[in-house]
Design a binder for this molecule. Sequence first.
Ligand code: ZN
Ligand code: ZN
Length: 353
Amino acid sequence: MRKNKFPALFGTVLVCSALSIALTSPARAQFPEPNGGDLERGSLPSHWSTGGPKCMEMPQWQVHEYNPDFFILRQSGCTDFEMPFLYLIFGRDKAMLWDTGSRNGDLVPTLQHVVHAWLERNHRSSIPLVVMHSHSHDDHTWGDAAVQALHDPAIPIEFVAATQSAEQKAFGIAHWPVDVGQIDLGGRVERIVPIPGHDVVSVALYDRRTGILLTGDSLYPGRLYVHDLAEFQASTERLIAFAADKPVAYVLGNHIEESNTPFQDYPIGTIYHPQEHRLQLSYGDLLALEAGLQSLHGVPRRLAMADFTIWPTAPTSQALSAKTNAIFQATQACEAKRKWDHTADIPCDAPKP
Ligand SMILES: [Zn+2]
Ligand SMILES: [Zn+2]
């Protein structure tokens, strides 16, 4: 756990931001009493599996039951350094999967295992599964073909491609990106908020039953790659306005790249995170992101904050900069040597950020 959540200077920024929000977009009282309101409860682990210490011992996916109808899956770092999180949400009539994993994820067997277990537990024989995406990058869509090829009568697939037109149609978003869409899973309406900026088709999802807000690669404890700063900032403002009158239990993103030391990440390509930051962020972190973006005054510049880094990139390319690529290559070379036993003292040139 971290020692100091908000250093003094940052606390000042946050308070100022909260004040500006109070003037422009007031956060309404969430519930009249601190009794949990009507939110469904759930639990999050104190830490997640990453890529080690011994890759031979690691399952490809960690499955975590937040509650009986809300599951979080994390891909092992031993299969791919991106280690994305996926979310699987069950309604009465349909289930929904957020993303299909990264390279070498082999999601389908684990997905079938979890859905079949849910069906058995609920004395059901089948449930349609809506497969959608936080955005189109390949560390979240790599498993698309395998999921689409799944012919399991217990799990008919309704596939929503990671394109603007498919998302608008599936979620009833008339005017992109300013309208909010939704999909009814049966007693469970998911709200879909377009938040382009990291990617042109990025969306957030708000689950009213748990109060969980999924933010994909746009807000998580790590490097927030911003391809279009103006759009990213506008999307952050819209998401804050959307969430202002709703109970937000947790803000959950797609990765963890930050360590539990404030302002410090794991270099890109690292697969073993023994001191990893927690996954969950809060509505306050959304306000902190807004404050950080405002401090840039529209000029793309890297900005390391306590729990994440705003990291502007080339607007039209996902390619890494030469410096970042050098760190990535050196880190991957080290991990190839160390992945079988991170506890052994295997010499390797440490990458220099
Ligand atoms: Zn991405
Ligand atoms: Zn990603």
